[in-house]
Design a protein around this ligand. Structure first.
Ligand SMILES: C[S@@+](CC[C@H](N)C(=O)[O-])C[C@H]1O[C@@H](n2cnc3c(N)ncnc32)[C@H](O)[C@@H]1O
Length: 745
């Protein structure tokens, strides 16, 4: 695409760069006229649309060869190999060719279904031989591939019987998942939401009634979804195993398959050939592919004159992005046109529609993520982990991004850096749940990524501006709050003061929060300025009083001055002390990573921790854990672990569990201040604490920790918490075991 962009004449480029939405039909027409005469453009479109050149290039001879191999395996009863060859053949079979009078693709699907039917037969044989475990495996595969409802019901009944018989399976703590999955399907939001217009954020969502924590407020299937680019390539090339476990891979396919597809087909390791084997759905960026899917959907539903009622920022996009969108819109429409022909007209109004669509996708699409829980997918391995001190800290949140989707109602929820709802996905279903009590009429706002307590004001603003092109106007970014004041703060050097000391940049960020008030057009008078200043000081005073538990001192917000006692501090000295201590923690982190923690390193780090504590405010994030991964619309972000958390890991790796527990506990106390006691970042750290307590054999303490953790995760994901965080169920099981063992002895 870079090449295409580079050949655009300057005059056309300039018009595009300055364009607003109403100019789009004319700017796209000019660019189209230019591309129509460009051999580079046509050869690029040819690359993207010619099935012979596709990643899964079509070839009748190869398909027939593979089909014959499949047939040979089938006749030797090697059904899994047979299915494999038929699947391979399907990847390369051209869509419209005949083989012995039948459509080749259809024949291949039938053969492959027969292979899977053979699985059912084999399951029955294994049942009669009392090989229940094998039989269950066979039947599960058969169930996945059974296309008819009655067939599925029959297999499900057989499976139920088999699972009853199989005692081993019944002991597996993950066996209940299918029942839990049923809960996912059944739960519906009990509240009615209302779309409202807000003064600063456009439309938004509120509830007509008050909402208690953990209430499901919204549930929605995507209007359209697509896998990420890397995944799409791997899927097409059948290279799934190296990036995702089998389970995640299946998940990915479920997420990205269109729901109208036969559910059996969703599980195959080739894509649905929506593209007829051509390249564009594999190589174009995800947002453009998603736009292509939506355009196809609108045409198929005969709704192509309809516009999606979604917000976009075309006019605020940087000039370079506008040019890029123009190029993608023309390329995409040519790709669609090559298959749908007259249904997609190559004209300015339609190119403009695609540009708006991609702009809407940029602002509104959500990253569909799932928890990566490879370390708990095998409970026996996990059990082993807990008995190994060095590994018991490894159960961190990690998320895999499996796709991107457009949720028409879900995207009306605005962002807040202090969100009161949590968005997550089960397969491709979006669920939004209140994480705290919400009074009626109060906006329901999720986090698009950044949160107060996780990042400072400037980083949050920058992220939202870069990624979503808006200046955040949430409560966290327009008012003083405790986490923003302390997150990066120093500590007053005066004996026994413990006050907050901010440097220039932190003071600047706090002042920035009030600029939106100054920007209001109604009044720019000095009096108004004074009002703004006063408001800022009052707010900061309120927050400072909170930190210092009702101190009556009125803080001056000034760089280097303590917010509690007002005394000046040597910022240079405080910063140098903190930086030096930091280097020890970096070495300790490296030693933890390479499993090479020595007594010397530990004692150095402990004295550095004291230095760090003498320079940084006690809630400064550098002292706590920050390996928190936000569930967000954007890529999950992970910060490095610091100070107390590294020490906890280091003590854990040398088997000093009590020390590890002490440092982990302090880390949790800081996180509770920075976020809130019920925040998921705290829950994440509680997972570590409980696994340490279990490793130490302190089941009673672990019970309490697991209970707190359970409350937090249930607030975020309701009954689905066990699906989202499988280790929750596992840790609960461990606690029960340890308690029972304790009673026996
Ligand atoms: C996914 S849409 C949310 C719905 C949108 N308000 C609407 O009217 O359709 C995201 C857009 O809403 C606005 N928005 C959301 N949260 C905001 C916030 N905290 N501050 C300012 N604008 C916000 C921005 O314009 C952003 O690009």
């Amino acid at each position: 695409m870079e090449k295409l962009k580079s050949i655009i004449p300057l005059e056309i480029k300039r018009k595009i760069e300055q364009s607003t939405t109403k100019d789009l039909p004319s700017t796209t027409s000019s660019l189209h006229d230019f591309f129509a005469n460009s051999s580079l453009f046509h050869s690029m479109v040819e690359d993207l649309t010619n099935p012979e050149l596709g990643f899964c290039a079509k070839n009748k001879e190869t398909a027939l060869e593979l089909k014959n191999k499949g047939n040979a395996c089938f006749s030797c009863s090697d059904y899994s190999q047979a299915a494999h060859f038929y699947s391979q053949a399907l990847r390369v079979a051209p869509v419209d060719v005949l083989d012995k009078g039948n459509e080749l693709v259809a024949a291949l699907f039938v053969n492959r279904a027969s292979s899977f039917h053979a699985w059912y037969r084999r399951g029955k044989v294994n049942t009669s031989l009392l090989n229940y475990e094998d039989a269950i495996c066979d039947l599960k595969v058969a169930l996945d591939f059974e296309g008819t409802l009655s067939g599925k019901r029959q297999i499900q009944n057989d499976l139920k019987l088999m699972e009853k018989e199989n005692k081993k399976e019944a002991e597996n703590p993950f066996q209940e998942l299918s029942r839990q999955e049923q809960l996912v399907i059944d739960e519906m939001p009990p509240v009615k939401l209302q779309r409202v217009s807000t003064p600063t954020k456009g439309r938004g969502m509120t509830s007509l009634f008050e909402i208690s924590p953990a209430t499901l407020v919204h549930k929605e299937e995507p209007y359209a979804a697509s896998g990420g680019q890397v995944l799409r390539k791997r899927v097409t090339n059948n290279e799934s195993d190296d990036i995702l476990s089998g389970d995640s891979f299946k998940y990915f396919l479920k997420v990205t398959s269109d729901s109208h597809l036969d559910p059996g087909i969703e599980c195959f390791t080739e894509h649905g050939h929506e593209c007829r084997g051509v390249n564009w759905p594999v190589v174009l960026p995800t947002q453009v592919v998603l736009a292509g899917r939506i355009m196809m959907k609108l045409v198929e539903l005969k709704e192509d004159s309809k516009d999606l009622d979604l917000f976009h920022h075309y006019v605020h996009l940087p000039p370079e992005s506008k040019v890029e969108l123009h190029v993608y819109s023309i390329v995409l429409l040519y790709c669609l046109h090559s298959y749908y022909r007259s249904k997609f007209k190559l004209q300015g109004a339609i190119f403009a529609k695609v540009i708006i669509l991609i702009s809407q996708i940029k602002v509104n699409s959500m990253a569909i993520v799932r928890m990566k829980s490879s370390d708990v997918s095998n409970p026996s391995k996990q059990s082993g982990n807990l008995s190994l001190p060095g590994d018991s800290m490894t159960s961190n949140f990690e998320q895999a991004r499996v796709g991107q989707g457009i949720y028409l109602s879900g995207s009306v929820f605005n962002h807040s850096c202090m969100p009161n709802v949590h968005a997550y996905f089960i397969s491709r279903t979006l669920l939004i749940r209140a994480t705290e009590y919400v009074p009626s009429g109060c906006p329901l706002e999720m986090s698009y990524g950044p949160q107060v307590g996780q990042w400072d004001y400037r980083n949050r603003q920058q992220f939202l501006l870069d990624r979503y092109t808006f200046k955040c106007q949430c409560n966290g970014c327009t008012r003083a709050n405790l986490p923003d004041l302390v997150l990066n703060a120093f500590r007053c050097a005066k004996v026994n003061c413990f006050g907050v000391v901010l440097d220039d940049t932190m003071v600047e960020y706090e002042k920035h929060k009030y600029y939106h008030l100054q920007e209001t057009p109604k009044d720019h008078s000095t009096e108004h300025q004074r009002e703004v200043e006063k408001l800022m000081h009052d707010e900061i005073k309120n927050v400072a009083c909170l930190i210092f538990e009702h101190s009556n001192h009125c803080p001056e917000i000034q760089s280097g001055c303590c917010l509690k006692c007002g005394s000046p501090n040597d910022l240079k000295y405080l910063r140098a002390t903190a930086d030096e201590a930091d280097t020890y923690f970096r070495s300790l982190q490296e030693a933890v990573n390479s499993n090479d923690v020595s007594a010397g390193l530990l004692s150095n780090a402990l004295s550095s921790l004291n230095d760090l504590k003498s320079a940084l405010h006690s809630y400064n994030k550098k002292l706590a854990e920050v390996r928190f991964t936000a569930l967000s619309l954007e890529n999950a972000s992970t910060d490095p672990a610091l100070a107390e958390d590294i020490l906890a890991e280091a003590f854990c790796s040398v088997g000093e569990m009590q020390q590890a527990i002490d440092h982990c506990t302090i880390s949790i106390q800081i996180l509770k201040k920075l976020y809130s006691p019920g925040h998921i970042a705290v829950g994440n750290e509680l997972v570590k604490l409980s696994s340490l307590q279990l490793a130490l054999g302190d089941a009673a303490a672990a019970v309490d920790t697991v209970r707190q953790m359970d409350t937090i995760f249930s607030n975020y994901c309701g009954k689905q918490a066990v699906l989202m965080f499988p280790y929750l169920k596992y840790l609960k099981g461990e606690v029960v075991h340890k308690l029972a063992d304790g009673r026996k002895s």
